[in-house]
Design a binder for this molecule. Sequence first.
Ligand SMILES: Cc1cc2nc3c(=O)[nH]c(=O)nc-3n(C[C@H](O)[C@H](O)[C@H](O)COP(=O)(O)O)c2cc1C
Length: 185
Amino acid sequence: MQHISIISSSVRPDRQSHRVALYFKNYLTENNVANVDILDLKEYDFPIFTETLKRQINPSREALEFAKKIKSSHGIIMVTPEYNGSYPASLKNAIDLLYDEWRHKPVAIATVSTGPFGGSQMLLSLQFILWKMKTWSITEIFSVPNVLQNYDETGKPTNKAATDKLAEAFIKELMWCVKANNSKI
Ligand SMILES: Cc1cc2nc3c(=O)[nH]c(=O)nc-3n(C[C@H](O)[C@H](O)[C@H](O)COP(=O)(O)O)c2cc1C
């Protein structure tokens, strides 16, 4: 079975976008789509990296593990909040840590906001750096407005049927890309 890693990007104590990471873990498992890991940047608690992993003399166990998980995943879902019209520094820190690991990796973006616009302003800047990192960033987007009203803390959506329908189209595109990639990871 394919392996998908979900990056949960927010490291805030009171974060809300993690609900969407939990939702995707549940969705992929329930529907038997793939094996799933959440790569939780809050749990990793990375420092601001001063070098890429390749150039670090004594990389931490956590940084090595993160690199291994990205490299060995068939596809990635990036769940990210919008901060001031962009993605959070925690996500850029984790992206910039690696380089080769991202190459040809299918990546799907889920943007999250407590407001009505679903984090859509950050999309172009995140897609641009994913292009720079040579990922295969899929065109289907999962945009979550009003996250507090739409998901509970366990990731259960308020309207499961409607949410699952949107997720189905998003995941279908990611898994198409995973299949087309057929990478020897
Ligand atoms: C520093 C900061 C900047 C934010 N900027 C935006 C923004 O530009 N647009 C938006 O819709 N929400 C913005 N928000 C609200 C987030 O959408 C909200 O915190 C949401 O719960 C997702 O982030 P979280 O997972 O860290 O909670 C911002 C939140 C923070 C902490």
